[in-house]
Design a protein around this ligand. Structure first.
Ligand SMILES: [Zn+2]
Length: 455
């Protein structure tokens, strides 16, 4: 057994106690009443990183919550450099009455630790800190240069991280970015994620008459913006679930037969899936399986629609305006600005001249596709195998981590998504938890990764 594995084994209890301390800090970044707590989590990390012996540790102020940065470059200019990214902020806890124990008073039950942020992302990022400690203390030196960049705004959009990365491009220079903020396909199946979907999100408003009109006096003679909006939105997909915006699929690459076979082999239980959701059947783009639809095909969804009278009883009006929020999940190699431009052009073309259309882009992020044969990814696969006793599954993810795309474009470094969460962790929901075995296994995988990547 390597020395550092021995060190991890004999320091398990202390590592766990430290994690509990970290989890007790209610660093809810989106709620300003928690601003002092969010800062406290950052300063707690600064102390941790100093305690494990990182030669340089700094708290960088931003327009929002600070970024914690630390580096140990003593492996030397010829050694490789790993930038470890994570976040110390957490999601809000409501509805708090659905928690079985208070969200910031960690409780252990059935091999899991229950607390807000335990899996997303404090437990996952802390595993890397303990791995660096174990390696450093047993070998006196790290095999690669290490940089930590741990932000406090991931759960509210990473609004200031792009500026931080652009302003500190040289400081953040690295050969690979390690991110542990994803989950395994299932318990007992170590997984590495290689693709994330992107997002284009718009809000549209259709305006008709200059005021709400009496539906008896005017109905049938003037276009009703709500009816027009419904027509427009329902025309955006055909009966096969395909999106009708011209050029929408231009940059979508078909799945390879290897990928389709790989997805089909995963232990996905369709009956459990539909039953857990309380739906009679799934539905989506014709010709694709559920995993293909959520991982590798783009979507268009109405997220909200409003207008007209929605109070109690009847009120017979033609509303003056109606609005809808529409999101599109994008797949590699679509570009969110291109898709937003295409839907804007299409909506303008199909809106009748009897009404006025306004379009507001709300949010965008590009999809991510990770090179499957990079040195870093291969080292991560070997590390997962050595730590958990089996080769990791290569999976995709339907959601988005917009900042990952920036690592590629600004730092020109490939990202490794080596998560240690589980689907049952309830991230963003009541009773969030984190597997204690995955915490210890994750520390080992991270330390082994440093050794493997150095080779
Ligand atoms: Zn996260």
């Amino acid at each position: 057994m390597s020395d550092y594995i021995q060190f991890i084994e004999s320091n398990k209890d202390r590592f766990f106690t430290e994690l509990v301390d970290f989890l007790k800090i209610p660093s809810v970044s989106s709620q300003s009443e928690h601003n002092p707590d969010t800062r406290k989590a950052a300063t707690w990390l600064v102390k941790q990183l100093n305690d494990i012996g990182m030669p340089k540790v700094e708290l960088y102020e931003t327009a929002g919550h600070p970024v914690v940065y630390a580096e140990d470059l003593r492996a030397g200019a010829d050694a490789k450099t790993v930038l470890i990214y994570g976040h110390y902020d957490v999601q809000p806890v409501d509805p708090v009455e659905l928690w079985n124990s208070p969200p910031f008073e960690p409780v252990v039950n059935g091999g899991k630790i229950y607390a807000r942020g335990s899996s997303d992302d404090k437990g996952q990022v802390f595993a890397h800190i303990k791995a660096v400690e174990a390696y450093q203390k047993t070998n006196g030196k790290l095999p690669v240069n290490i940089k930590f960049m741990i932000e406090g705004e991931e759960e509210c959009g990473s609004n200031n991280l792009d500026v931080f990365i652009r302003e500190h491009r040289d400081m953040l220079k690295c050969d690979t970015v390690m991110v542990s903020d994803t989950e395994w396909f299932a318990e007992g199946l170590p997984s590495i994620c290689y693709s994330l979907r992107g997002l284009s999100y718009i809000e549209i408003t259709v305006t008709g008459p200059n005021r709400d009109l009496h539906s008896g006096t005017y109905g049938g003679a003037v276009d009703n913006p709500l009816n027009v909006l419904c027509d427009i939105v329902s025309s955006l997909k055909d009966k096969y679930g395909r999106i009708t915006i011209p050029g929408f699929y231009d940059d979508v690459k078909p799945l390879t037969s290897e990928e389709r076979e790989g997805f089909a082999k995963l232990p996905f239980n369709y009956e459990e899936y539909t039953e857990e959701l309380g739906v009679a059947d799934g539905n989506g783009e014709f010709g694709f399986t559920t995993l293909e639809r959520t991982w590798a095909r783009p979507t268009l969804d109405l997220n909200g629609i409003y207008g007209g009278y929605t109070g109690e009883g009847a009120k017979t009006i033609l509303p003056s305006k109606a609005s809808a929020k529409i999101s599109m999940r994008l797949v590699p190699y679509q570009n969110h600005e291109d898709i937003t431009a295409k839907i804007t052009k299409h909506l303008k073309a199909i809106t009748p001249p009897t009404v006025k259309l306004d379009i507001t882009p709300l949010h965008g992020g590009n999809p991510v596709m990770i090179e499957l044969e990079s040195e870093g990814l291969n080292a991560a696969k070997r590390a997962m195998n050595r730590a958990f006793g089996k080769d990791p599954i290569m999976m995709r993810e339907g959601g988005s981590i917009p900042i990952v795309e920036l690592f590629g474009s600004e730092l020109n470094a490939p990202t490794i998504l080596m998560g240690i969460g589980l689907p049952s962790d309830n991230i963003h929901s009541p009773n969030e938890s984190f597997s204690i075995d995955n915490f210890y296994g994750g520390i080992k995988a991270s330390a082994i990764f440093l050794e493997e990547f150095a080779k």
